[in-house]
Design a protein around this ligand. Structure first.
Ligand SMILES: [Zn+2]
Length: 138
């Protein structure tokens, strides 16, 4: 009898301990989650500050910041290059007007008739300067 009572007490104490530990763990994980949320908010704000600076003040003479701005410019340039590469591989672009897929060689969108030639001339780096001031051959 005594043994079973002791055992019972031990088990219920252990049960309470486990319950408390479980609650502690879930409280801690909730708090850690809140910390992560705040850290993400800070990171987002840092990024907004950076973007604001980049868009408005990147030409100011802060040498340290200028390096950051240049690395963003380089990354943007790389993104454009990679996008151009994807377009070359796919052989199609999306019409800037109606978003229809059109061949990179098309001068006009087959869907809406939007003039594409100027767009491709801008993005492609000097493939063939085609200023037709003299005569129209071809
Ligand atoms: Zn179109």
């Amino acid at each position: 009898m005594d043994f079973f009572q002791k055992l019972g007490n031990t088990l219920s104490n252990t049960g309470k301990d486990i319950a408390k530990k479980t609650k502690d763990m879930s409280d801690i994980s909730k708090l850690n989650h809140e910390i992560t949320k705040q850290q993400e908010a800070i990171a987002k704000t840092y990024s907004q500050i950076g973007k604001f600076y980049f868009e408005n003040y990147s030409e100011l003479d802060y040498p340290e910041l200028k390096e950051f701005c240049n690395s963003i410019k380089e990354a943007n340039q790389k993104i454009e290059d990679f996008k151009a590469e994807i377009i070359q591989i796919k052989g199609i672009i999306n019409c800037p007007n109606c978003k229809a897929e059109v061949s990179t060689t098309a001068a006009f969108c087959g869907s809406c008739g939007y003039k594409l030639k100027e767009e491709t001339e801008n993005s492609e780096v000097a493939e063939e300067p085609s200023e037709s001031t003299d005569s129209n051959e071809e």
